[in-house]
Design a protein around this ligand. Structure first.
Ligand SMILES: [Mg+2]
Length: 392
């Protein structure tokens, strides 16, 4: 068995261009699907996959670890920058899809079999619709309450919001009060039994992140995400030590050693590794093993396309400390046309039953992808009130 080609298919999905990776083999009909979506860096990732493919064409796709080592270590530069780690991830996920298809088993069966009966999912406010999730202003607490009610009406028992605005390194309490008002409105709207998550999007400094964390601590959030830059592991650790709310982070980390430093510093209680950015399922499994040693929970970052979701679910059915899967369902109205999935979702509760088909269990509709060719992603720029650059 040999790899004969590695192709990329780009599908413009408004906020993101989904980058699907197709690994083709010399066996009739045997292909693997991966995803390497990296918003605002689509051309970079596609070019990198083309560069890397020369290392793999002609090789045996069943030697996944050997090929991963090749992708990560050859050509002098290690594969830990975000563009290359995403490109490697897309290829690695597709190789696991092939391995499952060759064995006739879902991927999670290759990794020891299912460790749970179902996986809980959570949504973004507005279902991942760009305007609702990213652009609802934090001075409109009422709107947060309405969108929270909508999420629960759609069957979710947990949802995530962006209730923390872009904030200068030090600001007064105004943004903190606004965030607390939004969370209060959502809590009042949905009651005590629904889990609310707040994503700070690494907008605050460690000092402001600490303020937000303390102000939101009484609302019993399921987790508080990226309360400061991921580069500031000591800032994350300081915040994590100061509140009872579990701190979640990891979506911008690209390799095992970064997670080692994060875990050792007790920078989080929930690891949000992104399987499409951290080097794929091979590296994700190493990161998960390391997290297990620290008893850190796993809740992978997954706002991308349907192959990312399938990979995250296969991973989740094999990982004991996996607690919940991020999901978006209303980013584009034709999402379901692009993919046929092997798993089923319970409408009430939005829990997922395991995939029963080989590999990732997905069929990709290439004709549908062709209807949505590459377009430049929506430009996002953030400036503070004085005109200086802020974090989106
Ligand atoms: Mg996030």
């Amino acid at each position: 068995m040999k790899i004969t080609a590695i192709e990329t298919l780009v599908c413009h999905a408004r906020m993101r261009n989904w980058v699907f990776v197709k690994v083709v083999t010399d066996q009739p009909g045997l292909i693997g699907w991966g995803e390497a979506t990296l918003e605002w860096h689509t051309r970079g990732v596609v070019g990198t996959i083309e560069d890397l493919s020369q290392l793999l064409v002609g090789e045996d796709p069943s030697r996944i670890e050997h090929l991963w080592q090749t992708l990560y270590r050859q050509h002098f530069w290690h594969g830990n920058g975000i563009i290359r780690s995403t490109a490697i991830a897309g290829i690695d996920i597709a190789l696991w899809d092939i391995a499952g298809k060759v064995a006739g088993l879902p991927c999670h069966q290759l990794w020891g079999g299912p460790v749970r009966d179902s996986i809980r999912t959570y949504c973004h406010l507005g279902g991942g619709n760009m305007e609702d999730f990213y652009e609802t202003p934090v001075d409109n607490a009422k709107r947060f309450g309405e969108l929270a009610t909508q999420a629960v009406e759609e069957g979710f028992t947990a949802f995530k919001t962006m209730a923390v605005p872009p904030t200068m390194p030090i600001e007064g309490n105004r943004p903190v009060r606004a965030a607390a008002a939004c969370v209060e409105a959502m809590r009042e709207a949905v009651g005590e039994d629904i889990d609310i998550m707040v994503d700070c999007h690494a907008r605050p400094s460690p000092a402001m992140g600490l303020k937000f964390a303390k102000a939101l601590d009484p609302y019993d959030l399921y987790f508080l995400e990226e309360p400061c830059w991921p580069e500031s592991i000591e800032g994350l650790a300081r915040i994590n030590a100061a509140v009872t709310t579990p701190i979640a982070t990891g979506e911008r980390m690209t390799h095992l050693a970064q997670f080692r430093d994060l875990f050792a510093a007790q920078g989080c209680d929930i690891c949000q590794l992104d399987i499409t950015h951290c080097g794929g399922l091979s590296e994700a499994r190493r990161i998960a093993a390391l997290a297990e040693a620290y008893r850190i929970a796993l809740a992978p970052h997954n706002p991308q396309g349907p192959v990312s979701t399938a990979a995250s679910l296969e991973f989740g059915f094999s990982q004991p400390s996996y607690i919940i899967c991020e999901s978006v369902h209303a980013d584009v109205p034709w999402r379901a046309e692009v993919v046929e999935e092997g798993y089923t979702i319970e409408p009430q509760g939005r829990t997922v039953r395991p995939n029963t088909r080989p590999g990732l269990g997905i069929e990709i509709n290439e004709a549908e992808i062709k209807k949505h060719p590459f377009e430049q992603e929506v430009l996002q720029r953030t400036f503070y009130s004085d005109g200086s650059v802020g974090d989106w």
